[in-house]
Design a protein around this ligand. Structure first.
Ligand code: NAD
Ligand code: TYD
Length: 364
């Protein structure tokens, strides 16, 4: 058991809204939190867009301290009502449009949810916090991405908290906009905000459009594995459970107004990652339609504006809060492949007509 799996001895229960709690990372966070802090009140606020899925929380259905509300973070009246009615002291803000390829096809939804939605939450929480007499224990935690820092060359140092922002996609630009608003709410109003910028996550409940689940599912279906460009782009990969333990550490021990970078110390080229997934599937899946799965690897047209490399310097969270990732890339990928192999009933319904239409648009 790591330090982050143990409940602190003296701790007041929290009342949280988790926005985007039916998405990939948000639902993993709700599982983590409900298991570790069963006395806390958790209100999940999620619009259930194409990426939101109540099945992600199925194992928690019926828990007395968990409430699910389907709603939009841009709906100020709804948020004001929830903050008051539930006497919320903490917002863990995950809700976002999160896929770069979709942001290239249609950036409008990204500005609306990521910028306007975050602004709406900040305003609602500011009034709620001020009306309560500005309690020092309140927290607004904004979950963000390393993509706001732009792209690195092979020999550049990793992103730190002081790296200048240089977002390149509509997704990362909209997240950067929301980050700036969060920063301003601390600086201007003294609101107790926290912010984390994390590298690429992977693990259970990851929607099929993202690299790792897409490759796992295509291997199982015998479909081509579309690798963008030359496959040499580098991402830092973090197992989602480690992201959740980092968020837990920041919410409990982070200094208001501060930003913490979170990373997995796992820089991998896309082609190497896809090859690792093929090898795991060759080993673990007895009935592959195409074997070895590497035969399916297909280089396709590059993503416009494709960032070359992301890397995270996580020294600050490590030295100030004592957090380090527990999972290795080999162990995390094995767990993830096993999860997709044993949860076909979770991902098969997600390959809907809408998803197929999206897929044709990106990969045609
Ligand atoms: P996701 O797309 O899987 O989930 C997003 C969730 O937000 C969905 O449940 C969706 O229904 C909900 N949502 C979208 N618009 C909404 C709205 N207007 N109102 C209420 N709910 C809405 O995303 P994810 O991968 O879980 O990412 C969660 C957060 O973490 C995002 O803010 C993302 O920018 C950030 N992040 C993601 C990664 C990653 O690798 N996935 C890495 C770093 C940071
Ligand atoms: P993705 O999971 O979309 O995350 P992000 O773009 O936010 O980093 O993609 C991870 C990497 O994999 C990125 O370099 C793009 C690449 N990629 C492919 O090569 N093929 C694909 O089909 C997808 C979805 C991504």
């Amino acid at each position: 058991m790591t330090a982050f799996e143990q409940e602190p001895l003296s701790r007041s229960p929290r009342k949280l809204i988790v926005t985007g709690g039916a998405g990939f990372i948000g639902s993993n966070f709700v599982h983590h939190w409900c298991q570790k802090y069963p006395g806390d009140r958790v209100v999940v606020l999620d619009a259930l867009t194409y990426a939101g899925n109540r099945n992600n929380l199925a194992e928690l259905e019926g828990k007395a301290n968990l409430r699910f509300v389907q709603g939009d973070i841009c709906d100020r009246t709804l948020i004001d009502g929830l903050l008051q009615e539930e006497r919320i002291d903490t917002i863990a803000h995950f809700a976002a449009e999160s896929h770069v390829d979709r942001s290239i096809l249609g950036p409008g939804a990204f500005v609306q949810t990521n910028v306007v939605g975050t602004f709406t939450l900040l305003e609602a929480f500011r009034h709620h916090w001020q009306d309560a007499g500005k309690p020092a224990s309140y927290r607004f935690h904004h979950v963000s991405t390393d993509e706001v820092y732009g792209s690195l060359e092979a020999t550049d140092p990793a992103f730190s908290e002081t790296t200048p922002y240089a977002p390149n996609s509509p997704y990362s630009a909209s997240k950067a906009g929301s980050d700036h608003l969060v920063r301003a709410y601390h600086h201007t109003y003294g609101m107790p905000t926290l912010m984390t910028n994390c590298s690429n996550n992977y693990g259970p409940y990851h929607f099929p459009e993202k690299l790792i689940p897409l490759m796992c599912i295509n291997i199982l279906m015998g479909k081509p594995l579309p690798v963008y460009g030359d496959g040499q782009n580098i991402r830092d990969w973090l197992y989602v459970g480690d992201h959740c333990s980092a968020l837990d550490a920041v919410i409990h021990q982070g200094t208001p107004g501060e930003t913490y970078n979170i990373g997995g110390n796992n820089e991998v080229k896309n082609i190497d990652l896809v090859t690792m997934l093929c090898e795991l599937m060759n080993e673990l899946a007895p009935d592959l339609p195409v074997r070895p799965a590497q035969k399916l690897i297909t280089f396709v047209k590059d993503r416009p504006g494709h960032d070359r490399r992301y890397a995270i310097d996580a020294t600050k969270i490590q030295t100030e809060l004592g957090w380090t990732p527990a999972e290795t890339i080999e162990g995390g990928l094995r767990r993830t492949v096993e999860w997709y192999l044993t949860h076909r009933e979770w991902w098969q319904p997600l390959l809907s007509e809408e998803y197929q239409a999206y897929y044709r648009q990106v990969y045609a």
